[in-house]
Design a protein around this ligand. Structure first.
Ligand SMILES: Cc1ncc(COP(=O)(O)O)c(C=O)c1O
Length: 462
């Protein structure tokens, strides 16, 4: 190994098969690395001198190989800025023969917030402040439950803003709601009742842990929790609910149904898993407090930063009954030791400085305007279902007009992606009408009015 290797700027691993000669071997190794994607476009290659020293080749050999690959279109050589990977030449990609699904120009599917609202400046400031006072142990392995700073900040925030009874010792920070669900199902190891309709992806997550999924019907008053404990739902060990804003129908869980859920959990030693994915976003009144607040020993509350900040952070938190803290922390440790630390410290700083509250308030106004514009554009012919909350709404389709599949197909032809209610059902029936789940947060501010126009046209069938 030479000094050049240690300070050449980029590490380049190449396996040379010297049987056919040194230059051919180097060319072939570079071609293979570029074609396989191991060396991506724009990657800067070491200088001929450094690579020659590293591979124990003559400098001329490396220069000749670089020249050959530049001529073939694999590399890009620019005087003064060295040699970079150009990509795989067209002739080798089969690009002309491949047909890829066109990316929709407009997207009104639910799931993502308006990611353009991510508070970049506040996040950077909070990271700087958090790291300036962080001890060096911050960069070491940590507690599987997450950083104490974040658990303490969350306990205060969740108590104040969501009515959660939270002790930092009962909080486990995890990588998204999806990991919370997976860890809880893995610890419970039994059938789990999930709302019907609900998010199909989450049913897959539960099944992937080996647990059976049971269908818990949903009506105007939310999940039919009175049915828990009997019939096909009798074996359920847990029930996953979205009490503040049912996903996807958009209703809130009726107070009677809240009481029934807790009564079932008490009588059957069951667990309610409360998915509070968008509880901060209510537009017509104060948000309904978390169900966990009335029965902390029977409810595992889960919140997420996916809607308030952005899904990319993969930051979520569970507030657990005492008996589950140890087993879930153990499962978390065996899964990934703990969630990444720097983001945790940054979020703790955002919460304690109240920048998180300020950001949520600004977003609330933004999304309320989006929802108002949606209602305005739909006019009288179509009415949204559910409460004024969150980032999506169910738009039921009348039996007399075009059905769900027709509207979705028509919109797709115009470059607008839509999501239907049918895909959210545990066992989709034949009813052609059904409805659309309109996600009104994700399109960029400039694209939103045009997306709504396309939606209105697809609904009218024009
Ligand atoms: C019903 C529901 N729960 C939870 C989440 C958040 O999931 P995660 O925190 O894994 O991004 C979402 C995100 O779209 C959701 O739709």
């Amino acid at each position: 190994m030479t000094d050049g290797w240690a300070n050449s700027g980029v590490d380049l691993h190449l396996d040379l098969d010297l049987a056919g000669g040194r230059r051919t071997a180097l060319e072939q190794a570079l071609r293979t690395a570029i074609r396989s994607g191991r060396l991506a476009a724009h990657t800067r290659l070491p200088s001929t001198r450094t690579l020659a020293a590293e591979l124990n080749l003559a400098r001329n050999t490396v220069a000749a190989a670089y020249e050959q690959l530049t001529a073939e279109g694999y590399l890009h050589a620019r005087t003064g800025s060295g040699t970079t990977v150009a990509g795989v030449p067209e002739a080798h990609t089969g690009a002309a023969a491949r047909t890829t699904a066109p990316t929709p120009r407009f997207d009104l599917r639910p799931g993502s917030p308006d990611v353009a609202t991510f508070p970049v400046d506040a996040w950077v400031r909070a990271t700087r402040r958090a790291l300036a006072r962080a001890p060096v142990s911050t960069y070491d392995y940590g507690d599987p439950r997450g950083r104490a700073e974040l658990r303490t900040a969350l306990a205060g925030y969740l108590g104040r803003a969501r009515g959660v009874r939270a002790d930092p010792e009962h909080i486990i920070v995890c990588s998204g709601y999806v990991q919370a669900l997976s860890l809880l199902a893995g610890v419970l190891r039994g059938p789990i009742a999930m709302e019907d309709p609900g998010l199909a992806f989450h049913r897959d997550v539960v099944r992937h842990t080996g647990c059976e999924v049971l269908a818990l019907p949903v009506d105007e008053q939310g999940a039919c929790t009175g049915q828990l404990g009997g019939g096909a739902l009798a074996p359920a060990r847990a029930a996953v609910l979205t009490p503040a804003h049912q996903y996807p129908t958009g209703v809130t869980l009726h107070p009677e149904r809240r009481r029934a859920a807790v009564a079932w959990a008490r009588a059957h030693r069951g667990l309610v898993i409360e998915d509070d994915y968008d509880g901060e976003f209510r537009y017509d009144r104060q948000p309904v407090g978390a169900l966990q607040g009335i029965a902390p020993e029977h409810v595992a509350y889960v919140g997420t930063a996916a809607k308030t900040l952005g899904p990319a952070l993969r930051l979520a938190w569970m507030v657990l009954p005492e008996r589950l803290v140890e087993p879930v922390a153990h499962a978390k440790r065996l899964t990934d030791l703990h969630t990444e630390t720097i983001g945790q410290l940054t979020l703790a700083e955002l919460i304690t400085s109240h920048a998180y509250d300020r950001h949520i308030r600004a977003c609330r106004l933004h999304y309320r305007r989006r929802r108002d514009l949606l209602i305005e554009r739909l006019g009288r012919s179509h009415q949204l279902h559910g409460i004024a909350a969150g980032m999506h709404a169910l738009l039921p389709l009348p039996a007399t007009g075009p059905g769900e599949d027709d509207v979705i197909a028509r919109a797709a032809l115009r470059g607008l992606a839509l999501s239907g209610l049918r895909a959210h059902m545990h066992a989709p029936g034949q009813d052609p009408a059904m409805g659309l789940i309109v996600g009104y947060a994700a399109p960029g501010q400039g694209a939103y009015p045009a997306a709504l126009d396309l939606l209105a046209r697809a609904l009218r069938g024009t």
